[in-house]
Design a protein around this ligand. Structure first.
Ligand SMILES: NC(=O)C1=CN([C@@H]2O[C@H](COP(=O)(O)OP(=O)(O)OC[C@H]3O[C@@H](n4cnc5c(N)ncnc54)[C@H](O)[C@@H]3O)[C@@H](O)[C@H]2O)C=CC1
Ligand SMILES: CC(=O)[C@H](N)C(=O)O
Length: 344
């Protein structure tokens, strides 16, 4: 089968690899669509994210969907031909976090496209059946692949306790900011303010439900939220940029007793914070990492039309054009999400 491998020298090479077979609890999936995550772009450009270093050839891609080609002997609920979204983290199931249901925090996770674990830039992937989520007829393969970031947004809005009638402010209008906006709307938020540094991202956010936007290179995020809310502040504020987090702006944008949820993973994230502002305004400041048990809700919301996410996908390239696709994902500020189609 064809694969696109990121070599130790950070170049893409096409490698013919043996097609995997499914173990008894696995399905073999013929991949169709894989999103390019900014973490994939980061590995390609820099060879590492934190402690994770590309030391051996690696398949990138962890936002993926495909069609089942083979079913392991012990798999009961899935059939050949089923269209599925693949949840990318294989967890141990026995650590404290797995047992608490917060398996996104499992320290023993094998996560696709995170060294040394291969991702989905391959024609076939053998994957645990319980992480292969069937897609209803009205949920597309692209939406299936984008369930991964959408699940991140659903987890973050759940962490933040977004509820009916809430005002939500989101700093960052890229993939994570956009899916968080969709998740917040689905959770009942009625007022959404988005900040970014790229005008086209703000226009896209407005077209899909943002009530107010601000380019934070020209205007002030917290002041915009304050103006929109007549001085009250937002119930829940999300950090979804890839830059050093402007924690003061996030705190200032939250109402007294409100919540700040940090999602973005900046290279440089050590910041000064006025703890008194957090204490005297009784703010909840929370982190949000990946997701646990959000694929089911993600697929249900898409199937019911309660959320739309396909609009974040701007361009699609075949696996053979992976280099060009990554260059565009890196260079085109107007594009939110690039997709790789496999098997074309
Ligand atoms: N905590 C988690 O579970 C996850 C975290 N992430 C992280 O979230 C961050 C965002 O990821 P994506 O949305 O995929 O990236 P992205 O590149 O699609 O979006 C980032 C957005 O932030 C904007 N931005 C950059 N600097 C800004 C600033 N100073 N103020 C306002 N906006 C600014 C950019 O213009 C862009 O629209 C990354 O750091 C990524 O690693 C991604 C997935 C899961
Ligand atoms: C941090 C990322 O971008 C990625 N989705 C991951 O969960 O590793």
């Amino acid at each position: 089968m064809q694969t696109a491998v990121l070599t130790e020298d950070l170049a893409f090479e096409f490698e013919d690899r043996e097609r995997p077979t499914s173990d008894s609890d696995e399905v073999l999936v013929e991949m169709t669509d894989v999103g390019i995550c900014k973490s994939d772009v980061h590995y390609w450009e820099h060879g590492k994210i934190g402690e994770y270093v590309v030391e051996d050839p690696l398949l990138l891609g962890h936002e993926s969907a495909g069609v089942i080609a083979e079913v392991g002997d012990d798999v009961e609920d899935l059939e050949v031909g089923d269209r599925v979204a693949l949840e990318p983290g294989i967890v141990c199931g026995t650590c404290e976090h797995c047992r608490r249901g917060e398996y996104n925090l499992c320290p023993n996770v094998d996560f696709m496209a995170t060294p040394p674990f291969d991702g989905a830039f391959a024609e076939y992937v053998a994957w645990p059946a319980d992480l292969a989520h069937p897609l209803p007829d009205n949920v597309s393969q692209v939406e299936g692949a984008l369930c991964e970031p959408f699940a991140v947004g659903l987890h973050a809005t759940r962490r933040g306790g977004v509820g009916h009638g809430d005002t939500v402010a989101i700093l960052g209008g890229g993939t994570v900011g956009s899916v968080t906006m969709e998740a917040a709307k689905a959770a009942g938020a009625t007022d959404i303010i988005v900040g970014d540094i790229v005008d086209s991202k703000l226009e896209r956010a407005e077209a899909h439900g943002a009530d107010a936007t601000v380019n934070v290179r020209e205007g002030d995020f917290a002041a915009t939220v304050e103006d929109y809310t007549d001085g009250r502040g937002a119930d829940v504020v999300f950090e979804a940029t890839d830059s050093e987090p402007d924690v003061e702006a996030l705190i200032d944008a939250a109402r007294r007793g409100g919540t700040v949820v940090m999602i973005g993973l900046a290279d440089e994230a050590t910041v000064e914070v006025d703890a008194l502002e957090i204490i005297t305004n009784e703010l909840d400041v929370l982190g949000s990492f990946r997701d646990a048990n959000r694929y089911g809700p993600a697929i249900d919301l898409l199937a019911e039309g309660a959320a739309e996410i396909e609009w974040i996908a701007d361009f699609t390239e075949p696996l053979g054009n992976v280099q060009e696709a990554f260059e565009r994902a890196r260079d085109d500020d107007d594009a939110i999400k690039g997709m790789i189609s496999i098997g074309e």
